[in-house]
Design a protein around this ligand. Structure first.
Ligand code: PHE
Length: 339
């Protein structure tokens, strides 16, 4: 029996010494001291030992177990120190490495232009409004004096959702929505997305417009020219000149198209303005009395001016962007320039 106990003790000693980790050590503990461990087996066989030798064997077993426990405790201390050291050295932080920068987001150039234009008009006493992009044919066309068979509908390639519902082709629908809701005097601008079935280097199927509407007594074409001339100077530079060309829109009479001197060459001619010295930025006019009447506003008492500008046009002019499609590609290399 003594030989067996000594052998177990020696086995335990060498296994504890060979344990490379706390896990190995725990395995050894279970193997020798556990409920199903080797000493338990010895104790179970105690009945085969002659009665007078049993106390001695019991004593030997207990001594051996104590020795093993002591060895395990010592080894445990060493191993946990070792593992802690390894963990610390594996987690070393090199404080001389450059930090990871978190990138700041920024406003899209289209938003920047909308904000800038809105600020100018807010300064002139306008309110900024908002309206739906899915619009009725009634507000987008009919009430703007553009009935179903009107040839001017061809000017705008429309996305129809149904016979009577469209993706708005122009923010001019907001003229109707505003006049139906609000009594004059009215002074609003409405920035937003519009949609037309058109796609090339200077057209995107979705783009942005800002609609402007002023309804009051004695509004004339002079007010329109003065307002837009002032606006162009504020947006581009004090030297910017404005040019008005006669045009046609079903909902304004008279109608004009407005050009400003090229922001790049200031009128001399360059590739950006196709060597004309001018950039077309908006359509405008005196609101057709029929449109006022459609909205229940007495056209003998009130008159109105309206204008609609393409934001992308202005962004392109302002930032010298050559292909409009890039504006919506969301390429960070492009967007980064507008921080
Ligand atoms: N809605 C017109 C367009 O999209 C622009 C416009 C607005 C013209 C207001 C006159 C008055 O082309």
């Amino acid at each position: 029996m003594k030989v067996l106990i000594d052998k177990i003790l020696n086995d335990a000693r060498s296994e504890i010494a060979a344990s490379g980790s706390l896990k190995d050590l725990n395995d050894a503990r279970v193997k020798f001291l556990g409920k199903n461990g080797e000493f338990t087996a010895v104790m179970k066989n105690l009945k085969d030992v002659p009665a007078d030798e049993r106390p001695l064997v019991g004593k030997l077993v207990n001594e051996a177990k104590e020795k093993i426990e002591k060895l395990i405790a010592e080894s445990e201390k060493l191993l946990s120190e070792k593992e802690l050291k390894e963990k610390i050295s594996a987690e070393t932080i090199d404080i001389t490495l450059p930090g990871k920068k978190s990138e700041y987001g920024s406003l899209h150039p289209i938003s920047l232009v909308i904000n800038e234009i809105s600020d100018i008009f807010i300064g002139l006493g306008f309110d900024v409004t908002d309206g739906p992009e899915i619009e009725t044919d009634l507000y987008n066309f009919e009430m703007l004096n553009t009935p179903k068979d009107h040839p001017a509908r061809d000017m705008q390639d429309t996305f129809y959702i149904s016979e009577d519902i469209v993706l708005r082709t122009q923010t001019s629908s907001m003229q109707i929505r505003t006049m139906l809701k609000q009594k004059p005097p009215i002074r609003i601008i409405n920035p937003g997305k519009v949609y037309r079935s058109d796609f090339d280097s200077s057209h995107s199927p979705m783009f942005h417009q800002i609609e402007g509407l002023v309804v009051d007594k004695h509004i004339t074409l002079c007010d329109l020219l003065g307002l837009l001339g002032e606006f162009a100077k504020k947006l581009f530079s004090a030297e910017t000149k404005t040019r008005f060309r006669p045009s046609y829109f079903p909902f304004t009479e008279p109608s004009v198209e407005v050009d400003v001197t090229c922001s790049e060459c200031h009128g001399k001619g360059c590739p950006l303005c196709k060597h004309t010295g001018w950039m077309e930025i908006l359509g405008a006019g005196i609101v057709n009395p029929k449109v006022l009447e459609n909205c229940g506003i007495d056209s003998n008492e009130y008159s109105a001016l309206a204008f609609g500008m393409g934001i992308e046009r202005i962004a392109i002019t302002r930032y010298g962007i050559s292909d409009m499609r890039i504006v919506f590609e969301n390429d960070k290399r492009f967007l980064r320039n507008y921080r």
